[in-house]
Design a protein around this ligand. Structure first.
Ligand SMILES: *Cc1c(COP(=O)(O)O)cnc(C)c1O
Ligand SMILES: [Zn+2]
Length: 414
């Protein structure tokens, strides 16, 4: 008989092990906990074929995800397209560029549908009836949608300055939406306090170890979609830094269970200059970051005191990756460049990723033949404020052929 694939929660600092319950901090050293698996056991049963025969969603990687049974919430999440970006690659001067397009994740159009699928499936297994989160925008949308579908009570906490579409993208599902007079770091602090006194599943607070594992599926899918090969370079947007660290963890787990022979991937991190505690520390060669007060249009990434910042830095150093940041103007340019070369309309986080990708190519860090994957994690229709002044207006004419010809020239003439 299979023993349990989840072995324990383990402290990332001192290694103390805990049962797989709703806890997230080590009681000895206050280090963060993460999920530890029985890799030997998993290795014996997992194969490329068994994965390929699985569902067309992230649940095909269930053996490496922190749930005991089947996926019950978010069963359509993941398996988004890996787009061969020839046009953008040509513009940048690199030959093997791919866009992992999580703009079209189901159901709320961001990569957060992955982490929420795992977190709420696990929350249900642990008997929770109320879902909650501290969010920079996309997470709240995803928690609210999944809670509605699952019939769970729901409380989402957001900062006071979110984009209109992200606020409405909560309200439509009728959760309790609590807008905090403050930034994300204020929201997060309050949520930690509330999580201490109510039996709610705060997906990114008390059940964070399970939630965070969902991000690994971006790495798993990339490898499978590249024909069971790890990329040479990835560019990952950073808010708390969790996604970046989990892409690295996912790649290395595939190697551990025998699905990949080697992992030589350089893990590169991207931030906006107006909130760049992690990339600034990297550029100054430090392994610790200094918290900042965010001022950027990339609101989904605006975490001034990133929970996984230290581990994100470690990951970049360990993998031979780099980090950089872009200005808000470069964010807008990045969004436009991706749209105009590949027909993909990303949110501000995508502009950050493309802007930093561009810089890393220019600096010679990403080379012409490197198989490179840029993670585009959210949809541009949610952050229209960022680009509305940059895209111009339609050409307005009366419904008249002569007026049209006058504007565009007659056929043959233009
Ligand atoms: C949440 C988010 C990220 C990254 O989040 P981490 O906290 O670093 O895991 C990236 N892009 C978008 C669009 C997001 O909403
Ligand atoms: Zn510890």
């Amino acid at each position: 008989m299979m023993t349990k694939k989840m072995k324990a929660l383990v402290c990332r600092e001192c290694g103390k092990e805990y049962p797989t319950e709703a806890i997230h901090v080590c009681e000895l050293c206050f280090g963060p906990l993460e999920v530890k698996y029985n890799y030997e056991e998993i290795k014996a049963s997992i194969s490329r074929e068994s994965i390929e025969a699985g569902p067309n969603s992230l649940w095909r990687y269930k053996d490496l995800l922190p749930v005991e049974g089947e996926g019950t919430i978010g069963i359509y999440a993941g398996m988004t397209p890996l787009v061969r970006a020839k046009n953008l690659g040509a513009f940048l001067g690199i030959d093997q560029l791919y866009i992992k397009n999580d703009c079209v994740n189901h159901p709320t159009l961001s990569f957060k549908d992955r982490v929420v699928a795992i977190a709420l499936t696990r929350a249900r297994e642990m008997g929770y009836e109320t879902a909650a989160c501290a969010s920079t925008g996309n997470l709240a949308n995803s928690v609210a949608a999944h809670a509605a579908q699952a019939g769970m009570q729901c409380y989402v906490f957001i900062p006071g300055d979110l984009e209109a579409a992200k606020v409405l993208g909560n309200l439509i599902y009728r959760p309790k939406v609590i807008e905090i007079e403050g930034n994300y770091d204020d929201v997060n602090r309050l949520c930690s306090e509330i999580a201490g006194e109510r039996r709610w599943a705060f997906v990114n607070v008390n059940i964070r170890p399970y939630y965070a594992e969902g991000s690994k599926t971006l790495a798993f899918e990339t490898v499978e979609q590249l024909g069971w090969q790890a990329p040479d370079q990835v560019v990952v947007p950073m808010a708390s830094g969790s996604l970046l660290t989990k892409i690295w963890k996912g790649l290395n787990e595939f190697k551990k269970v025998g699905l990949l022979d080697e992992v030589k991937t350089k893990i590169n991190g991207a931030q906006a200059e107006g909130c760049s505690p992690i990339s600034t520390a990297f550029k100054e060669g430090r392994d610790f970051f200094k918290p900042v007060k965010p001022h950027t249009i990339a609101k989904s990434l605006a975490i001034g005191n990133p929970a996984d910042g230290y581990y994100a830095l470690k990951t970049a150093y360990e993998s031979g990756g780099a980090m950089d940041a872009v200005t808000d103007d470069e964010v807008v340019e990045g969004i436009q460049l991706l749209a105009q070369t590949e027909g993909i309309f990303a949110e501000t986080a995508g502009g950050v990723t493309i802007g930093v990708l561009r810089k890393l190519v220019k600096q010679g860090h990403i080379k012409k033949n490197d198989v490179t994957v840029a993670y585009i994690t959210g949809n541009g229709l949610k952050t229209q404020e960022a680009v509305v002044d940059a895209v111009g207006r339609p050409i307005r004419i009366p419904p008249s052929l002569s007026k049209f010809d006058q504007t565009f020239g007659t056929q043959g003439e233009s």
